[in-house]
Write a protein that binds this ligand. Structure first.
Ligand code: IMP
Ligand code: MG
Length: 173
């Protein structure tokens, strides 16, 4: 496996995409308190930058969930919840923050987990979307970038736990 020589999405493009997502989300929740539910580990870097780009006047609390669905470069349907959020989502507005929407398995596990607690609403925000790979229908309310079917790493995304620290997104091939 080898990294692409230049980033697929460089720092300036990432920054601009996140500013624009933050503007959309700030409008959508301008008068609604909500929970940002970050899906670990991949969405950590994205969520951290996104939260700091939001309107500071928003009413936000932060929760985390950890789901494992991937080994190597293959997703599978046996996604497990490895870490559960501390607080209930009952009657709350929940915005799920993901790094990438691929087959949709992980997103649907997280959505079902939240939906079972009878929240007031669920919306889904993903930095990246690979629509060609979808096996489970999942609708993203906020999407940063739509990409082709490449395996990508960096900015939180890993290959067997490596490369998360890279500040830009690279293709692995
Ligand atoms: P899904 O369950 O197939 O939709 O995959 C979603 C999860 O798989 C994401 O949260 C990522 O952690 C991981 N994933 C999917 N595609 C990639 C990729 O191209 N690079 C790194 N991780 C990926
Ligand atoms: Mg992830």
């Amino acid at each position: 496996m080898k990294l692409s020589e230049t980033p697929l999405i460089n720092a300036a493009t990432l920054h601009a995409g996140i500013q624009s997502l933050a503007a959309e989300i700030s409008i959508a929740y301008s008068d609604t308190a909500f929970i940002m539910l970050t899906v670990l580990k991949g969405a950590l870097h994205f969520s951290s930058d996104l939260q700091r780009a939001l309107n500071p006047a928003l009413d936000i609390t932060s929760e985390f969930i950890r789901v494992r669905s991937y080994e190597g470069t293959e997703s599978n349907s046996r996604a497990q919840i490895l870490y559960k959020p501390e607080n209930s989502f009952a009657h709350k507005h929940v915005l799920i923050i993901e790094d990438i929407l691929d087959t949709g398995h992980t997103a649907s596990v997280v959505q079902n987990y939240v939906a079972n607690q009878k929240p007031a609403s669920i919306r889904f925000c993903t930095l990246l979307d690979k629509p060609d790979r979808r096996l489970v229908p999942v609708h993203a309310d906020f999407t940063g970038f739509t990409i082709d079917d490449h395996f990508v790493v960096g900015y939180g995304l890993d290959y067997n736990e490596q490369y998360r620290h890279l500040p830009e997104i690279y293709t692995l091939f």
